[in-house]
Design a protein around this ligand. Structure first.
Ligand code: FCB
Length: 308
């Protein structure tokens, strides 16, 4: 396999320049997908894999572990990937979701590590089916071409992560400070303002600027300014995908008077200019249709790859 850029996320060379993409990798011995997923520098987003049938092996340096049906594996950003069908297995079918998390998911993504920073979760029998079905549903929604399907998939993914966190004793629900939540609400309500004043934010919650800056970063994992920027870009993405508003109007609606500056910030975050992003979401619809074909292929195989 060479690493030429292409549009199928199941093959090497896919750019993963998206917020959420999902699929099923149906690996069968000597089949089209029977090669190792080998990304020494990992990806920019997270991946969760769910083993559905057969077994896979995850390698790192001299260590490795096997995944059985029902096991979830989490690869954080930049974590190397080297995994494939377990040598003596005839197949390994795994569902997967690649995503850029929302900033509030920090606690939901600190899973127990298996090797280095690769997380692992094997649900107990009580919740195995529930979590597996929810995960597969997210994969399907993520592949849908319907408007807002990405938002829906993200929201379902958050639900999945919360359910998992509830079921594991090592993750405690985040106790987000009400003052931090107040700041978040204030920032969301004033996204169209040209700039935000840390002084005003601090006054709203009756704290000094340095104190609220510190508490916010501690709880949200990023500064107030970074968080605000992230919300502006998310809103711009939704408007680009779902409306015909001009780029300048979209920029203005989130407080960028200067269209060039808006485009520069957007590109820095998303990797594409607003125009290209709008165009690429149309292309993504076509790619997603290709992915759906993999699911049909899987359905046919499912008869002979039952879990029970
Ligand atoms: C596919 C792999 C799958 C996952 C996604 C992000 O190509 O088969 O395991 O890594 O990419």
């Amino acid at each position: 396999m060479n690493n030429v850029q292409q549009n199928d996320p199941l093959l090497p060379g896919y750019s993963f320049n998206v917020h959420l993409v999902s699929g099923l990798t149906p690996i069968e011995k000597s089949g089209k997908f029977d090669f190792f997923i080998d990304r020494p520098k990992g990806l920019n987003g997270y991946i969760i894999n769910l083993t559905y049938a057969g077994q896979g092996t995850i390698y790192r340096n001299d260590e490795s572990f096997n995944c059985y049906p029902g096991d979830f594996v989490l690869f954080p950003p930049k974590e190397p990937h080297l995994y494939g069908r377990k040598e003596d297995e005839s197949n390994w079918f795994h569902f997967w979701i690649y995503f850029r998390p929302k900033s509030t998911w920090k606690y939901l993504l600190s899973w127990e590590n298996r090797i280095e920073k690769t997380g692992f979760y094997r649900p107990n029998t009580k919740v195995k089916e529930e979590l597996e079905q929810l995960f597969i549903k997210i994969v399907e929604v993520g592949q849908s071409t319907t408007i807002y399907s990405e938002n829906l998939a993200m929201s379902m993914l958050e639900q999945f992560l919360i359910r998992r966190a509830q079921e594991t004793s090592n993750t405690h629900p985040p106790n987000i400070d009400t003052r931090v939540l107040q700041v978040c609400n204030y920032l969301i309500d004033t996204l169209d303002e040209h700039e935000f004043m840390l002084d005003t934010v601090a006054q709203k919650v009756c704290l000094s600027t340095s104190r609220i800056a510190h508490i916010f970063k501690d709880q949200m994992g990023m500064s107030i300014g970074e968080w605000r920027q992230e919300q502006r870009v998310s809103r711009a993405k939704i408007l680009l995908q779902t409306t015909n508003m001009s780029i300048a109007d979209i920029g203005r609606s989130i407080g960028f008077e200067d269209q060039l500056y808006f485009s520069r910030i957007f590109k820095k975050r998303i990797g594409l200019s607003p125009q290209k992003y709008r165009y690429s979401t149309q292309e993504q619809h076509e790619r997603k249709i290709q992915n759906v074909n993999s699911l049909y292929f899987f359905d046919k195989q499912n008869n002979t790859n039952s879990l029970t």
